[in-house]
Design a protein around this ligand. Structure first.
Ligand SMILES: [Zn+2]
Length: 351
């Protein structure tokens, strides 16, 4: 079968790989319907040292179950499923608390524990605790827009949702979203669903911020840094934002976040931090009694409800996908996202 590998910064190749097999009785083998490229895949695309051994890529997937291990109870061959970007048992105390991305029996794709999901076939560990069946949908005949929205639930939309959830947004509050990538736009949609009043989207790419406005942003701030902070402070009457959803992961975004958060407010980060140290002192968090939240989204915690919302037509998070490529064109897909020619690239492994 074909799968995508990264051999170093900017070097993505699609190669033949051995088809996955059941290793544990809790595993399932699935055949990809659609996968995609994540903004977080661009971090190694910029920085991965060159190697003779390719890194197996991808962690977002909708798929059809081909085979299940002896202990799998909730899935059977033929089921159409959404696969969250991390696997988990969904039964332990940590999972029951709603933090499946920290499950002690869970893990990540594209690691020795499980190959990446930009592939024709994939092994899903802890299948019962990870993949969720989409009832009543045949992926062969489903509209492309529905497939896109279901795929968006494997990571991007529910990562934006997690940012809003961890910020504890209450109806009428002012929310600032930093970043107009697919996660930031998803955070706008989720904040609107939670009843946010004013939603300020910090981003400078008009095609993207236009979708942000459609999804509920009341203001768009294109300025960055101190200028951007000043504009948000002006828009909030000098008070700042109750919640700041940071969907970038670089230090300037964090600096903007503590610059615009209101005293007593919450900064919720879902952009994977590309820094190890960050200010927490009087001039950043302490002086404002600001709280810091966020982390890898426990997609599994929100997935059943989100599948229902998509099937009911309440949300259409798949609109972040603005390009579709075949798996063999993965390298071009990464390049397009890196060059910001595409917001988010869907991969059709059967093309
Ligand atoms: Zn667990």
């Amino acid at each position: 079968m074909k799968a995508a590998f990264m051999y170093g910064a900017g070097d993505v190749r699609v190669e033949d790989a051995p088809a996955p097999v059941i290793q544990e009785p809790t595993d399932a083998i699935v055949r990809a319907v659609r996968a995609c490229i994540c903004g977080s895949d661009l971090h190694p695309y910029h920085s991965l040292p060159g190697s003779e051994h390719g890194l197996s890529m991808g962690h977002e997937l909708i798929a059809v179950v081909e085979e299940v291990g002896a202990d799998v109870r909730t899935l059977k061959p033929g089921d159409f499923v959404v696969v969250p970007f991390a696997f988990s048992d969904n039964t332990c105390e940590i999972c029951r608390d709603g933090f499946q991305t920290a499950c002690p029996h869970g893990g990540w794709y594209g690691t020795p524990a499980a190959a990446g999901l930009q592939a024709e076939l994939a092994r899903i560990p802890q299948a019962d605790g990870s993949a969720v069946v989409v009832p009543g949908v045949d992926p062969e005949t489903a509209p492309e827009g529905l497939l896109k929205s279901l795929l968006a639930l494997s990571d991007v939309y529910l990562t934006g949702y997690h940012a809003a959830f961890m910020a504890g947004i209450e109806p009428g509050q002012t929310v600032t979203v930093i970043g107009d990538g697919a996660v930031g736009l998803s955070a706008v949609l989720a904040a609107r669903r939670m009843g946010a009043g004013t939603i300020i989207l910090m981003g400078r790419h008009a095609a993207r911020t236009d979708l942000g406005r459609e999804w509920g942003a009341t203001h768009v701030v294109a300025e960055r840094g101190a200028e951007g902070v000043a504009t948000v402070m002006e828009l909030t009457g000098g008070l700042g934002s109750h919640a700041v959803l940071e969907a970038v992961g670089h230090m300037p975004a964090y600096e903007q976040a503590y610059g615009v958060v209101r005293p007593g407010g919450i900064i919720s980060r879902v952009g994977v931090p590309q820094y190890e140290e960050a200010p927490v002192g009087f001039g950043s968090l302490f002086g404002k009694n600001a709280r810091l939240a966020g982390g890898p989204a426990p997609v599994r915690a929100y997935l059943e409800d989100a599948i229902r919302d998509v099937l009911d037509g309440v949300i259409d998070p798949g609109r972040v996908f603005d390009r579709t490529i075949g798996l063999s064109e993965a390298a071009a897909g990464y390049a397009a996202m890196d060059a910001r020619e595409a917001l988010k690239v869907m991969v059709d492994p059967r093309r």
